[in-house]
Design a protein around this ligand. Structure first.
Ligand SMILES: [Mg+2]
Ligand SMILES: [Zn+2]
Length: 286
């Protein structure tokens, strides 16, 4: 079994002398202000498999991706695998989120999907319904707001300054796919009435759930792939318990909770006993 990688605490702080002086409010640099985005995350591959999840943190952004597994017998029309997809998409997103400005996250994602499309390099059938794909969670910190984006079945939990859960953001359009065959699900991919995921169609970005929350000190945001949210969806945990576990110690504790639950059997209705499991907690501080 691959051990979870726990990155520990990774905080980024600057004042107006640092690179984040580029963060502006109404075109005017926020003078003399110091702010922190404290990020902790852990990621763990399903035992015996490559990790098709990816998490990347930057000075003022977080990217969390879950590449969709393609069984070896299923044609994809593509020479690339889900690991390539999440690494290429992650790099394209990080590059765009590192650029100056605050373009809408849907535009950032659409642009990154277009870049990934080009990176297939003409060797692949980009209209194939099984072309590699990924869920997407994005967070971007601004002086007064935190922008978020969720596409497909990864989850985002917004936690207010008093520790209260203010909102759980989940894109539940894949829930309607339960009970369908893999081919049927592929037929509903990136189609109105179906579900949307980052693959070869930049227009999928427009279907993402987006919003912003006030950037108030001690507000935090928890993001995870469905390898973690199965704790809530299938194993009887509440989001409160997951958030408390994430806040209490190393993030690998959340992964260990999933693996312990899975040791008794796969989630009801799923043949997948284990999944890649990735969790991140961003806390905004002054
Ligand atoms: Mg997953
Ligand atoms: Zn390809």
């Amino acid at each position: 079994m691959n051990p979870p990688r726990d990155i520990g605490a990774c905080s980024v702080a600057t004042d107006t002398r640092g690179p984040r002086a580029a963060l502006e409010r109404g075109g005017v640099a926020v003078a003399g202000r110091e702010w922190w985005m404290d990020v902790r995350f852990a990621t763990s591959a399903a035992p015996g498999r490559p990790n098709e999840d990816l998490v990347l943190a930057g000075n003022d952004f977080l990217i969390l991706l879950d590449g969709v597994t393609s069984p070896p017998h299923v044609p994809t029309g593509c020479t690339h695998d889900p690991v390539w997809l999440v690494r290429t998409l992650g790099a394209a997103l990080a590059q765009r989120l590192s650029a100056p400005g605050t373009r809408p996250l849907t535009e950032v994602l659409a642009d990154a999907i277009a870049a990934v499309r080009a990176a297939h390099g003409g060797t692949c059938d980009l209209s194939h319904p099984e072309s590699p794909s990924s869920t997407v969670v994005l967070l971007r910190e601004r002086p007064d707001l935190v922008d978020y984006l969720v596409l497909c079945d990864s989850a985002l939990v917004l936690v207010g300054p008093g520790g209260e859960i203010s909102r759980v953001v989940t894109d539940d359009r894949t829930a309607a796919m339960r009970g369908l065959t893999r081919a049927e699900v592929a037929g509903w991919r990136n189609r109105r009435g179906g579900f949307w995921v980052a693959s070869t169609d930049p227009d999928a970005a427009r279907e993402a759930l987006t919003g912003a929350l006030p950037r108030v000190p001690t507000t935090s945001v928890f993001a995870c792939t469905d390898g973690i949210s199965r704790l809530v969806d299938h194993y009887g945990y509440s989001w409160r318990e997951v958030i408390d576990l994430a806040a209490a110690g190393p993030m690998r504790g959340v992964v260990h909770a999933v693996r312990a639950a899975e040791s008794h059997g796969p989630p009801p209705g799923s043949r997948k006993q284990h999944d890649d499991a990735t969790a991140a907690l961003c806390t905004f501080l002054d």
